[in-house]
Design a protein around this ligand. Structure first.
Ligand SMILES: [Zn+2]
Length: 263
């Protein structure tokens, strides 16, 4: 969505610029040299390469879904915007009876680094008490260019955790019970985040992985982009803020999972 908006805007701006240029050169030609009048008439024809110019943004979609504009010097700085959440935004993942009211949650819209080696803008819903931790940790990940596949609110998947994981989506809040339990998951409080679930699967105590696309990542350590390994800088960055890693659990391993205070 953001991508098409960007392209349209860029195209419009470019078309305008090209149009203005053409108009300006027409104007100059007519006012400066009146005998050159006939010469000025082919000019509109030369304004025809306009479509050629419009193709430029299509071949250079580097900004992609990123809201910030990359500077010539390099990618944009990390940016995060905090907003209240609405019932509409969380129409699948929140309902009355959830342990945290909507007023206790926040939407973080922030930059992340993609597997395509480009900046993107993602959305993560967390407990309002976790905002500072999360922004500071994800700023570090971005500065390291540590790649994240996708970051969408779980409602994009109608609140379905399995579908969100299958899409290798990084997400946090989801008002649901803990896997294999009747009590609330830390995700229901917005105090847990699952990162790159394909590269960091949930592995049952018998070693099985529910998502076939993740099976080759069932063991640790794995040297691959977006993988979280024991004691690595991602685990340390979360640990420094009091977030524990599910990869340290005994029996079940939840390599994608970080939660404030554990659990
Ligand atoms: Zn989790």
């Amino acid at each position: 969505m953001a991508r098409s908006k960007f392209t349209i805007r860029t195209r419009a701006a470019l078309a305008m610029a090209v149009g203005c240029l053409a108009a300006a050169s027409c104007g100059t030609a007519t006012s400066q040299s009146s005998p050159a009048q006939p010469t000025s008439s082919p000019l509109p024809t030369s304004a025809a390469p306009e479509p050629t110019a419009t193709t430029t943004p299509t071949t250079a979609p580097e900004p992609g879904t990123a809201t910030p504009t990359p500077t010539p010097a390099g990618p944009p700085e990390f940016a995060a915007k905090i907003s209240p959440v609405t019932r509409q935004l969380l129409k699948y993942s929140w309902r009355p009876g959830c342990p945290v009211p909507l007023s206790g949650l926040r939407l973080i819209t922030m930059t992340y680094w993609g597997f395509d080696d480009k900046p993107h803008t993602g959305e993560l819903v967390v407990n309002k008490s976790a905002v500072d931790d999360v922004v500071s940790i994800f700023r570090r990940l971005y500065d390291w260019r540590w790649p994240i596949n996708k970051m969408e609110v779980v409602d994009v998947y109608k609140g379905d955790d399995f579908d969100s994981i299958d899409a290798n989506n990084t997400s946090a809040f989801n008002c649901r019970p803990a896997t294999g339990s009747s009590s609330w998951s830390k995700h229901a409080y917005g105090l847990a985040i699952d990162i790159n679930p394909r590269e960091n699967p949930y592995v049952s105590s018998n070693g099985s992985v529910a998502h076939s696309n993740a099976r080759k990542f069932a063991k640790r350590p794995v040297r691959a982009p977006g993988v979280i390994n024991p004691g690595d800088r991602v685990v340390k960055a979360f640990g420094a803020k009091g977030w524990e890693w599910g990869g340290y659990w005994s029996g079940i391993k939840d390599y994608q999972h970080f939660s404030k205070g554990g659990g």
